[in-house]
Design a protein around this ligand. Structure first.
Ligand SMILES: [Zn+2]
Length: 257
């Protein structure tokens, strides 16, 4: 199945300043993550029919032009079952149909839905024959945001392991270039999380109790410019460790288990 990646400029602080919109198929294409109207996207769609529109998750830099392109092509709008209200609030359009884990959305060929929560609770990926459109689960360089309360570090790590196990030929990420070495990239992203997790656990072991104290101890570089993000990330790590019984956490203060 033909996969076309169209980077579309977005106003939010998205990595690379663009979000990748994907056109899957030619005759009856599935459009994934249209973030905004764009000339490049219009050109890519000029010679084909869009049968369906879907998003990997509801963040503003992924949903902005769902309604526009769905109306323009009279396409079916899909969303994750159980997330209809949130989808409608984010995309300003009601879904026509819903998918769940394992649903096959028909474009020119089969596109299979994979649940990949963590970065966002409703996050899904779309498996095509030659790869997986993975949204904000993976990026070629750097890492993605997984911050509490919305982000779930435990779920995120499971989603990365799932993509690793799928062993696709390539990953088509929400931002940046296509990932040609999916397993190495998933391993790099997991190592990054495990490394931070070790520091968070060590900080708590050494007496850090509040999120601020743990953040100060778990990051060696100055994070003042992205303080809120760092604290949200640390909280996601602490919540994961608490669920796993590795630390105690009452929502305010952490302690060794
Ligand atoms: Zn996102």
């Amino acid at each position: 199945m033909h996969v076309e990646r169209v980077p579309v400029p977005v106003a939010t602080r998205a990595p690379h300043g663009t979000t990748n919109c994907y056109v899957l198929g030619t005759d009856r294409a599935l459009l994934v993550d249209p973030p905004a109207e764009s000339d490049a996207l219009d050109a890519a769609l000029s010679d084909r029919t869009v049968a369906a529109v879907a998003v990997t998750h509801h963040h503003p830099d992924h949903v902005g032009a769902v309604g526009h392109y769905a109306r323009e092509h009279d396409a079916t709008v899909w969303c994750r079952r159980g997330r209809e209200a949130a989808f409608r609030a984010a995309a300003s359009v009601a879904p026509d149909r819903t998918f769940v884990e394992g649903t096959t959305v028909r474009a020119d060929g089969p596109v299979q839905v994979l649940d990949t929560p963590g970065h966002a609770p409703e996050h899904v990926a779309f498996a095509v024959p030659d790869g997986v459109v993975c949204g904000d689960v993976a990026v070629a360089e750097g890492s993605v945001v997984v911050g509490a309360p919305e982000g779930d570090m435990r779920a995120y790590c499971s989603s990365l392991r799932r993509l690793w196990a799928c062993d696709p030929d390539r990953l088509y990420p929400g931002h940046g270039p296509v990932i040609e070495d999916p397993r190495a990239t998933c391993e790099r992203l997991l190592d990054h999380r495990y490394d931070r997790e070790r520091r968070v656990r060590a900080a708590i072991g050494e007496g850090a109790r509040t999120l601020d104290e743990i953040t100060d101890a778990a990051y060696e570089k100055d994070v003042s410019a992205v303080r809120q993000l760092a604290v949200a990330t640390v909280r996601a790590h602490v919540e994961k460790l608490a669920v796993e019984g590795q630390v105690r956490w009452d929502g305010e203060r952490a302690a060794p288990a």
